[in-house]
Design a protein around this ligand. Structure first.
Ligand SMILES: Nc1ncnc2c1ncn2[C@@H]1O[C@H](COP(=O)(O)OP(=O)(O)OP(=O)(O)O)[C@@H](O)[C@H]1O
Ligand SMILES: Nc1ncnc2c1ncn2[C@@H]1O[C@H](COP(=O)(O)OP(=O)(O)OP(=O)(O)O)[C@@H](O)[C@H]1O
Ligand SMILES: [Mg+2]
Ligand SMILES: [Mg+2]
Lengths: 258, 258
């Protein structure tokens, strides 16, 4: 069954969606079969992969409430080997609406368990919203590990200890296998001395859990979603694409070592 | 009683906290008495204003659950005329914990009503988390108007219609006076053609609700919080500070006109 990674950080705008889309694309480019689960009501991952409204009829909300099996909600993307379960508009109400749902924290985990034998992926990346509520909790309970994008900015350091505590609590109460897959530094700007300070702080805090690959701030990365494409398809040679390719190979080396 | 503005946008990292801190500072600098309510569990506004742990014992969580009156939770900041009700760590659990609270959407509104005559401010700015859940709902119910920071990036456009629908629903169900105070474009980068495209789209969508003042991407703005200061105190002459001063004067002209 697939290795499931939750791409999570409650700080907003740190590059969760961008990392989910482009790391998934880089993994798919080397032949891994990859699924993205768009668990963010904003649906940026679905849009950033160019999904038309017609492909966004059934999605993660339907899987959460048990109205659709995982396999029935999977749609292909323009990237070979990469599929997605999209976010639909009704996901926005899920946090408040589904408070009384049975086994509410296990809905995604149960959906993957029920899908065994009906889907065939090597990796699943779950794009989480910027909060540690019901949706992110579902991702952490279903995941094998957490990939933490961390923007090289001062405010981004603030929520880290809260995120780590939450991961520990989920491991104790719901999902004993949950680990930190790694921390990836994003939007690193070599002209800005703050980037270096934050990067040094994070490496001091997390040690070798921090990937060597650092994703640079690169305007092509932020342009790509307006063309409905991952940056690897929009501009393969740019520094952002090259960094995500490096990150994918570093992740695969890490996986092979375990 | 004070004019209450909710600084809200469920998209993450668009400059909500940065706008709350620096617009508040610019208003305080021209003699307005300003209060910031830090409703974001990350507590970035409290940290960005240099609050020590000792000043963060009572906060918005205590006000929400009725354990502290608003006046008792207000602490001064290093900026004359600017005070804050800080965020404390227990705010992180509020969304899930307080689901069954009586008049749960009106907790902040009721606290301001009860505080009449005990606090004396011209403006209150409420810094909201990147979600449209219980905390942001409380801010929208208590507010006179919503200030929407909007990052000049493609993904930032996606959630706008959802935010507008939420404001309309709050106006119909809970708070008939709620209006849009204005939309402020943030992190505008004149070297990036995407910034212009997004700005043009937003002006087309919102018309004159969009402030003329545009906040440029400026590294001094992101450095200031690591010194526990608003950028106006960290580097008054930089383009970020000047833009927030312009925004404050534009807002005050708007207020005088009504
Ligand atoms: N390396 C990069 N260089 C330049 N821009 C980037 C980079 N990575 C992400 N961005 C841009 O920064 C913004 C925030 O990134 P993104 O939306 O991926 O973050 P997020 O953590 O998913 O946000 P949210 O918390 O709202 O879900 C987006 O507009 C994106 O295009
Ligand atoms: N004009 C600007 N120029 C450069 N950096 C900026 C600017 N405005 C904000 N930033 C930086 O961008 C990051 C995001 O801004 P901020 O934290 O204020 O957004 P937010 O909307 O409050 O985020 P969240 O959704 O997590 O609450 C911060 O690191 C901040 O320092
Ligand atoms: Mg996202
Ligand atoms: Mg904030």
């Amino acid at each position: 069954s697939p290795r499931i990674l939750a791409v999570a950080n409650q700080k907003g705008g740190v590059g969760k969606t961008t990392t989910a889309i482009n790391l998934a694309t880089a993994l798919a480019a080397v032949g891994k079969r990859v699924l993205i689960l768009d668990l963010d009501p904003q649906g940026n991952a679905s849009t950033g992969l160019g999904l038309e409204a017609a492909q966004r009829q059934t999605g993660t909300y339907d899987v959460l409430i048990g109205a659709a099996a995982m396999a029935a909600a999977v749609v292909p993307t323009l990237v070979p080997n990469l599929s997605i379960v999209p976010a639909t508009a009704d996901l926005a109400g899920a946090e408040i609406e589904l408070v009384d749902l049975e086994r509410r924290e296990f809905r995604i985990a149960d959906a993957f368990a029920a899908a065994r034998g009906t889907i065939d992926f090597d990796y699943v990346l779950i794009d989480c919203p910027p909060a540690l509520g019901f949706l992110t909790l579902n991702a952490l309970v279903a995941a094998d590990a957490v990939l933490v994008p961390l923007q090289c900015e001062f405010f981004a350091l603030e929520g880290l200890s809260h995120l780590i505590r939450t991961i520990e609590r989920v491991r104790e109460k719901f999902n004993p296998r949950l680990r930190i897959q790694g921390v990836v530094l994003t939007m690193y700007d070599k002209r800005n001395k703050l980037s270096d300070l934050v990067a040094a702080d994070v490496r001091g805090f997390f040690g070798d859990k921090v990937y060597d690959t650092v994703i640079p701030r690169n305007v092509r990365v932020s342009e790509a979603p307006s063309h409905g494409k991952p940056v690897l398809l929009y501009d393969l040679r740019c520094s952002g694409s090259q960094a995500y390719i490096m990150l994918a190979s570093e992740l695969l080396k890490q996986e092979a070592a375990h």
